[in-house]
Design a protein around this ligand. Structure first.
Ligand code: UD1
Ligand code: UDP
Length: 370
């Protein structure tokens, strides 16, 4: 059973579902929790993934506790109906944490895709650091995207055979999508192009309003186009729209489908983002990234020189982005296509490790702490 509920889970689990479909030894049963609604259904269709069940848990302005209660209850029912051999969850969302918890209540082994990312700060990103750590206590298989993530898991006492370094499935999907050549860039102009995405809970409110001010000052320069595909969250919209709506240098649109988003990313000159997935995709396409967050659990892109953790101070964000727009040589130094997050074959490694273990005659499914 593959459990997903938000846009990034669909993107990062689609290659796993496709690899299961291709294997004679697996039969995927995809459960959409429906934590996201408008941002999920078209995404699954674009990725060629069919959800076998939709739990439709989303509420407008959902709070974490209410969402958690609805998810555990609904996922428990789905797991008891279907009795899968393995439950696969991805990343750090509330859907993933509740999928792992509901599976372990039924003593069904959990596979965690994108395991081991850490900032060391329980409140940043919030609640994602907490969710990812909790899943780490439950999972039978820990599929770490990078060696650094695997090292975090070892340091926490997860037994070595349960950790497999695979690369990140987001890169599998990016390659798959770009090969199809389906998307169109969403920019209107051909000058300097800046792609901005913002949505994190810890940035919403004052922090995000400050970032909107920095983005507005960039657009005020008059020599660039800022494209802002808006997350569906009302809290995000309330933080960003007052400063940015109607500005002639800012193009605001609804969330882009994955084909158009990847084409847009491939066409931009600079990325400003607090997204996890975008931090992983941009380096593959050689796009400089300014990470608008206090911490990142993906330091590999920074080490590779293609991303900078600039924080959320509006003056600092404006100054760094402005300098990069003015200094083509500095931008070019950052704009190197590197793949610190994987080679595009993560899903195959995940399936072969999981199926291999399940077929062992002495297979014993126990969580790390049993
Ligand atoms: C969630 C994840 C976050 C991930 C992000 C991806 C958690 C705790 N957070 O954050 O890790 O980075 O998704 O985008 O799991 N909404 C809609 N339609 C949609 C989606 C959202 O209207 O299709 C609105 C709803 O009012 C909803 C709100 O956005 O209540 C927030 O959605 P939620 O999933 O709770 O949190 P995210 O901030 O999206
Ligand atoms: N994305 C998309 N359309 C958009 C914005 C983002 O398809 O308008 C994709 C992007 O390619 C990335 C993923 O959504 O793979 C990131 O999702 P998000 O930023 O919502 O969540 P996070 O990665 O931070 O958990």
């Amino acid at each position: 059973m593959v459990v997903l509920g938000t846009r990034p889970e669909a993107i990062k689990l689609a290659p796993v579902v496709r690899a299961m479909d291709a294997s004679p030894l697996c039969e995927p049963f995809v459960v959409s929790s429906g934590q996201h609604r408008e941002m999920l259904t078209p995404m699954l269709a674009a990725l060629g993934v069919q959800a076998h069940a939709d739990l439709a848990v989303m509420r407008d302005r959902q709070r974490l506790s209410g969402l958690t209660g609805r998810l555990v209850t609904a996922l428990d029912a789905a797991i008891r109906d279907e009795r899968p051999d393995v439950v696969v969850v991805q990343g750090d969302t509330t859907t993933a944490m509740c999928g792992a918890l509901a599976a372990s209540y039924e003593q069904i082994p959990v596979a965690h895709v994108e395991a081991g990312l850490r900032t060391g700060n329980l409140y940043n990103p919030f609640p994602e650091e907490l969710n990812r750590r909790l899943i780490g206590r439950i999972a039978r298989w820990h599929f770490a995207p990078t060696e650094r993530a695997a090292a975090h898991l070892r340091a926490e006492g997860i037994p070595e055979p349960q950790i497999v370094t695979t690369g990140n499935t987001v890169i599998d999907n990016l390659h798959w999508m770009l090969r199809q050549g389906r998307g169109e860039p969403a920019f209107r102009t051909t000058g300097k192009r800046i792609l901005v995405t913002l949505h994190r809970r810890e940035n919403q409110g004052g922090g995000m309003r400050g970032l909107a001010g920095a983005v507005r000052r960039l657009a005020d320069r008059g020599d660039c186009e800022v494209l802002l595909p808006l997350h569906k969250s009302p809290a995000v919209r309330e933080s960003l729209l007052p400063d940015l709506a109607g500005h002639p240098g800012v193009t605001i649109c609804e969330p882009l489908g994955y084909p158009d988003f990847t084409a847009t990313l491939a066409a931009c000159d600079l990325v400003l983002t607090d997204s996890g997935g975008v931090q992983e995709e941009a380096p593959s396409l050689g796009k400089p990234v300014l990470v608008l967050r206090a911490t990142t659990e993906r330091p590999e892109a920074i080490d590779a020189g293609v991303a900078r953790l600039v924080g959320t101070d509006p003056d600092e964000v404006f100054a760094t982005a402005s300098r990069l727009l003015d200094d083509e040589a500095e931008r070019d130094r950052m704009a190197r296509a590197v793949n610190p997050f994987g080679d595009g074959r993560a899903a195959d490694r995940i399936i072969s490790a999981m199926v291999g273990d399940c077929l062992r005659p002495d297979a014993v499914y126990s969580a790390a702490l049993d």
